[in-house]
Write a protein that binds this ligand. Structure first.
Ligand code: PMP
Length: 400
């Protein structure tokens, strides 16, 4: 009976790690998945996470089920971290927050909510975007279309195209926006551009849907990276915000994040939350507790919170250093005079190199550099020591 099941293709991002593992050449470099590595290219568990776990062990916490909406202490601190504790939306209890299975789980839960309560609505997704966005909405049976975002000529934001496409879409769409450190391009709108984006979204009665997977990783400051979201809230808009602690706390495998829905009234927030719980219950019943306790211990404790910010600055700083070194290496080693400065203007974990699929294949097949086929490389997986090798690989792939 299972004879008719066909083979699924490998995942475009996680499949890269599988191929990397199978490569026996020592020079190999995994720049596929966006996971932070040390200068020695080893995975990194934050000291604050170790400390929070030690505290948890000492307290001897139990393993009872959490409520469907998750750990109350986590939901409180996560919303405060996103919006600011003094935000009127928080003060007036207008935010419905549900603990989720990290960023992906938040997006999937929101997609199920859209499918049920806004069956005629479409989601607008930037072109390009994180590869899983389209899968998530496809599987939830939510229609979507692209809006222009990247201009290959300027290697910058196609702001006019973006605005035109958001305007041309039918009224009442959900507009998926990357709160900071756009994946894969590393290009964010300026604050003036965010204002204009908010104007068109309001004019068109669209609903902004922020995906925030890198709070703290774009600028190094948690508050600065939340500015886009807070600005939309300050304009009185109702918004969705998906949050993830995979990157900024290095809790990839704990699957910890949240879905926040900012509503116009506290009453509406209560009702929205009740429906999110209703959707979550038959899908996964209730979320896991371990990561939620880590986050609430770190964010909820002033000493650990400060330590976290310092560790995050170190991680973000290491990525900035390799970004600079890669730029220097490319500029020094490339004899064609090509301008590589776009690498410096991109932010976050990634660099969008502009390499096409064939060139990306060359990176992998000839140079053992593993990356996604859209030309994205994760600088979080690069060391200073490997920059010159990578520059050689990129130059060879670009010009041949
Ligand atoms: N959104 C974006 C834009 C991402 O880059 C990622 C992680 N790669 C996620 C969401 C979700 O990651 P996670 O499910 O691990 O939180």
């Amino acid at each position: 009976r299972f004879e008719g099941v066909t083979m699924a293709p490998p995942d475009p991002i996680l499949g890269v790690s599988e191929a990397f593992k199978a490569d026996t050449n020592d020079v190999k470099l995994n720049l596929g998945v966006g996971a932070y590595r040390t200068e020695e290219l080893q995975p990194y568990v934050l000291n604050v996470v170790r400390k929070a776990e030690k505290l948890m062990l000492e307290k001897g916490e139990n393993k009872e089920y959490l409520p469907i909406e998750g750990l109350a202490a986590f939901n409180k601190v996560t919303a405060e971290l996103m919006f600011g504790a003094d935000n009127p939306a928080i003060q007036e209890e207008r935010v419905a927050t549900v603990q989720s299975l990290s960023g992906t789980g938040s997006l999937r839960l929101a997609a199920a909510f859209i499918q049920r309560y806004f069956p005629d609505a479409k989601v607008l997704i930037s072109s390009p975007s994180w590869g899983n966005h389209k899968n998530i909405f496809n599987d939830a049976r939510v229609p979507w279309s692209d809006y222009r975002y990247f201009n290959p000529r300027t290697v910058g934001l196609d702001f006019e195209g973006m605005i035109a496409d958001i305007k041309a879409a039918p009224d009442g769409c959900f507009v998926l926006l990357h709160g900071c450190a756009h994946n894969p391009t590393g290009i964010d709108p300026t604050s003036e551009e965010w204002e204009k984006i908010a104007d068109v979204i309001q004019e068109k009665n669209h609903i902004p849907f922020f995906d925030v997977a890198y709070q703290g990783f774009a600028s190094g400051s948690l508050d600065t990276d939340a500015a886009s979201v807070r600005y939309f809230v300050s304009r009185g808009m109702e918004i969705f915000v998906a949050q993830s602690y995979s990157k900024n706390l290095g809790l990839y495998a704990e699957r910890i994040g949240a879905l926040n829905v900012v509503c116009s009234t506290s009453d509406a927030a209560l009702r929205v939350k009740s429906q999110l719980k209703r959707l979550a219950r038959p899908m996964y019943s209730n979320p896991p507790v371990h990561g939620a306790r880590i986050v609430s211990n770190v964010v909820g404790d002033p000493v650990l919170f400060d330590e976290w910010k310092q560790e995050m600055e170190l991680m973000a700083g290491r990525i900035k250093n390799v970004r600079k070194k890669l730029f220097d290496s490319l500029s020094a080693q490339d004899k064609t005079g090509k301008d590589w400065s776009f690498i410096l203007s991109q932010i976050g974990m990634f660099s969008f190199t502009g390499l096409n699929k064939a060139q990306s294949d060359n990176m992998t097949n000839k140079w053992h550099v593993y990356m996604t086929k859209d030309g994205r490389i994760s600088l979080a997986g690069l060391s200073l020591a490997k920059c010159e090798y990578l520059a050689d690989a990129i130059i060879d792939s670009y010009h041949n």
